[in-house]
Design a protein around this ligand. Structure first.
Ligand SMILES: [Zn+2]
Length: 382
């Protein structure tokens, strides 16, 4: 099925009657109206049969035409608020050979199935851009593929695969340049901060376009004061930003896409890298203390700690007036020994006086006095 027949079939449906006259399928409903005209001009042409078909020699990227330098009619917001276009059609652009991933088809080649029905808006750093793609069909199993799907992207070489820098989800799409800001793991760098930064960038870009458009409208009105009832179209409203939760989801998908690349350096290491030789100084591996450390040399004056003890404590020295006291002299036999050894002048000997009743020499009592015995002997001798 060619692109021409695809376009013809889709535009014949009732819901396409309300669409723009120049764009096929659901492109008018899924694309900003400011882009309808210039996208239809750069991508499509009318063939000999009066039907639209894609032009030859398509490009990957298309930039919208800039605003005119001079306006002889009232300016419209189309050229001030248009968006870029990414035509992701690797089968048509590069003529790559893509195969069906169904195991029963055994690598059956895919063929073009026409344009995808919808246009996706991709969130970029400071604006949106349009993304269109093609459908691929396996003529054997009739399976349909989208060129931005993983089944097709994984069959491309790295150079062509890297040209597709979009992360797609069910509702939104984001450029990889915007999600790269989350890869920097610094303090406070999170999806909330990124949403705030993207809002600021988009708002500034939108205000700049509004300023340019209103300036052209004012200039046209000033130069055409004679005209009556000059009306200008309102500029489009600013687009809304996705939530930070969605950014987290997209960031997780970004990690999954790069998972093989992240693990690659850890798996394929050159043989000399596994043996990491850490240059350790010899004194760290074998603890060798410097020679002056083991022998602690204490200065000689330290061990001899001399506690200053007053000499008067060890040898009691009494004042001289105590020493000059007269020593009481007594018979040396009566002097009681004293355990306190000190100067004799301090402890005078205590003289115990013998009671006078006690005889100094105890005489043995005898029944007969000696004189009595002599007298009796004399009487006996007479
Ligand atoms: Zn197949």
């Amino acid at each position: 099925m060619s692109e021409l027949s695809e376009v013809a079939n889709e535009t014949s449906e009732p819901e396409k009657k309300s669409a723009g006259p120049d764009l096929p399928l659901l492109w008018p409903q899924s694309m900003s109206k400011e882009d309808h005209k210039w996208v239809a001009e750069v991508l499509f042409r009318v063939n000999a049969k009066g039907k639209m078909e894609l032009k030859d020699n398509l490009q990957l990227w298309y930039n919208p035409p800039p605003p005119n330098l001079l306006y002889h009619q009232a300016p419209t917001p189309d050229k001030f608020f248009s968006h870029r276009l990414l035509v992701w059609m690797p089968y048509r652009l590069w003529r790559v050979s893509l195969k069906c991933t169904n195991s029963e088809c055994v690598g059956h080649q895919l063929t073009s199935g026409g344009l995808h029905r919808r246009v996706r808006q991709v969130l970029d750093i400071d604006s949106y851009y349009n993304l269109v793609t093609e459908t691929l069909i396996c003529t054997k199993c009739r399976s349909s593929y989208l060129s931005w799907g993983d089944a097709v992207l994984q069959q491309l070489d790295l150079a062509h695969r890297s040209e597709f820098r979009v992360i797609l989800t069910q509702k939104h799409a984001i450029d990889i340049r915007a999600i790269r800001f989350l890869r920097e793991r610094t303090m406070g760098n999170g999806p909330v901060r990124l949403v705030g930064q993207l809002k600021e960038n988009h708002s500034e870009q939108w205000l700049q376009r509004v300023n340019r458009y209103t300036a052209e409208c004012m200039g046209f009105r000033t130069n055409n004061l004679g005209l009556q009832q000059i009306s200008f179209q309102r500029p489009p409203d600013p687009v809304e930003m996705p939530s930070y939760k969605w950014l987290l989801t997209v960031y997780s998908k970004d990690i999954l896409h790069r998972l093989d690349d992240i693990k690659l350096p850890a798996v394929q290491l050159p043989p000399q890298l596994p043996t990491v030789q850490v240059p350790t100084p010899p004194q760290l591996s074998t603890v060798q203390l410097p020679p002056q450390l083991p022998t602690v040399q204490v200065p000689p004056q330290l061990p001899a700690v001399q506690v200053p003890t007053p000499p008067q404590l060890s040898t009691v020295q009494l004042p001289p007036q105590l020493l000059s006291l007269p020593a009481v002299k007594g018979p040396p036999s009566l002097l009681l020994p004293t355990t306190t050894q000190g100067p004799s002048s301090l402890m005078p000997p205590i003289a115990i006086q013998r009671p006078s009743l006690l005889p100094t020499t105890i005489q043995r009592p005898s029944l007969l006095p000696s004189t009595t015995q002599a007298r009796s002997k004399e009487a006996l001798a007479c």
